[in-house]
Each structure stands twice: as C-alpha cells, then as structure tokens.
Design a protein around this ligand. Structure first.
Ligand code: SAM
Length: 234
C-alpha cells in the first residue's frame, strides 16, 4: 500500500493523517513484520491484514478532538499496538507503552529510535505493579487483546485521572463482557459511557470499542495481585 491510499482510508474515518504520518505508519509495519520473522511478535504476517488490524483498527479509536495534549497509557502494548499508532497520529499526545514481556518492549524501543518518535516511552513492567506507582495520572488507559473486561478494568482503572477514560478495544463479545464487568466497573469508580462500533475497511469486521468514564477515584486497594484479579474478578 502507498501513503496516499492510507491517508484516504483514514480520511473516510475522519481521522487526519498527513503523508508524513502515513509514511511513518508504513515504516512501523515494515519494522514490525521484519522483526516478526526473527521473533514472534504478532500472528499477522500479511501486509493488507496488518494495515487493517494493526494500523487502521488502532488509528480510528480517537477523533482528533478527543486527544489534544493528552497523556495516554497503552496497557499490554505488545509490539506497540495501539500505542505507537496513536503516538504517530497524535504527536501532541504523550503515549506510554506498557508490557510485561521484555522482548516486546525492546521492539518498541527499537521502533521509537528508528522512527525518531519523541512522544512515546516504554515501561517493561506488569500493569498491576506499575499502577501502584503511577496513580491517576493518565487521561486515557487503552488496551487491546489483553484480557476479558472484568479483569482488564482492574488493571487499567488506577492509572486514570478523575474525568479520564478507560478504553477497551474489543470484538463483538463486548456486551456480554460488559455485563460480567458491571459490578467491577462500579467498584473501581468507572461508569459505562458508550460502545463505539466501527467497521474495518477490507474485511468489514466490526470492532467494539468500550469507553468507560472515570467518575470517582479508584480505591487504593485496587489493583490486587494478579492471581486474585483473575481468580476472583470484581
Ligand atoms: N495490545 C497488543 C496488540 O493488540 O497487538 C498486544 C496484545 S497481546 C495478545 C497481550 C499482551 O499483553 C502481551 O504482550 C502480554 O505480555 C501483555 N500483558 C498481559 N498481561 C499483562 C499485565 N498484567 N501487565 C502488562 N502486560 C501484560
């Protein structure tokens, strides 16, 4: 794909993307697919699928007005998705990519240095540990493909400031996951705001982005240890 085509696709979703940004996103794809040949970072190996599932899906969560000068953390970022895509599209935001796997964090560091991105940092730590240090400092905690919502909310809520948002990027099971997470959403100081349903451009598959609003402070005892989070979800 060329940068003009990528710019036009983003335009259809009302996401501003310049040629320079499209070129950076295509370089992100090249660097990730090249690294993927040596170490298993993502299951996606084909370019069109990569563009749709890694670049477009991650790039259409926000509209430009949502994220002016915001502080964003990507929980369980893997090889940098959605964090790196958001950082490229919204250079006035600061993005923290957090992942517990060292080789994935090293890949993000490598991409940052190759693409000379100056608005991203990388933390190689578990979310439930880092949330104890970085308490309520982010405007958004976003996460894709990390865990079921009833577990994910406990990993994410503590990071977010009052009046900020947790965004869970999900496929079509969003409503059953929301029902299971109802109790936890309340305990953690969150409120179910909306689920945005977005159709991807090539496969027509529908993505569900769940937006949770941070209404009140998250009680200090959350997140608990990971074993407790998973064995007794809130
Ligand atoms: N978000 C990326 C994506 O959509 O391509 C990666 C998804 S991958 C399936 C899940 C990632 O979450 C893994 O890289 C794993 O190391 C990370 N992860 C899982 N639990 C975590 C935790 N408690 N703290 C930090 N990272 C975690």
């Amino acid at each position: 794909m060329d940068s003009q085509t990528l710019v036009s696709i983003f335009d259809k979703y009302s996401v501003p993307c310049s040629f320079e940004q499209a070129n950076l996103l295509l370089s992100l794809m090249d660097l990730t697919l090249a690294a993927n040949k040596k170490t298993n970072l993502t299951a996606i190996k084909n370019e069109d699928e990569f563009i749709e599932k890694m670049i477009i899906d991650c790039g259409i969560v926000f509209k430009a007005d949502d994220v002016v000068n915001k502080n964003i953390i990507d929980i369980g970022s893997g090889a940098g998705f959605p964090g790196l895509v958001i950082a490229i599209l919204y250079p006035n935001c600061h993005v923290t990519c957090l992942d517990s796997t060292a080789k994935k964090c090293q890949q993000i560091e490598y991409v940052i240095s190759k693409l000379k991105l100056n608005n991203v940092d990388v933390i190689n730590q578990r979310a439930e540990e880092y949330a104890k240090i970085q308490r309520e400092v982010y405007d958004f905690a976003i996460s894709r493909a990390v865990s079921e919502l009833n577990i994910l909310i406990e990993l994410c809520a503590g990071f977010v400031k009052k009046n900020g948002y947790v965004i869970a990027m999900k496929s079509q099971k969003s409503q059953s996951e929301l029902a299971k997470a109802k109790n936890g959403i309340k305990i953690l100081g969150l409120q179910n705001l909306k689920t945005e349903k977005i159709t991807l451009p090539f496969s027509n598959s529908i993505r569900h982005n769940i937006w949770l609003f941070k209404k009140t402070s998250t009680p200090k005892k959350y997140p608990r240890e990971y074993s407790k989070i998973t064995s007794k979800p809130l």
